[in-house]
Design a protein around this ligand. Structure first.
Ligand code: SF4
Length: 56
């Protein structure tokens, strides 16, 4: 299991700054989570101001 970032992402970057394993990188339209790196800790979901991060 991993978290995923939906189209509600506004590219604020908060999640990428707070991910403990560096799984989040900036893409063209939104930030993305590398599912092989994500440890499913949930930190990004709690921090996202637009509610764009969900459990897969
Ligand atoms: Fe990073 Fe945790 Fe979010 Fe996975 S759930 S992307 S490990 S902050």
């Amino acid at each position: 299991m991993a978290r995923v970032i939906t189209d509600e992402c506004v590219k604020c970057g908060t999640c990428a700054s707070n991910c403990p394993v560096g799984a989040i990188t900036e893409g063209d339209a939104k930030f993305n989570i590398d599912k092989d790196t994500c440890i499913d800790c949930g930190a990004c979901e709690a921090d996202c101001p637009s509610g764009a991060i969900k459990a897969e």
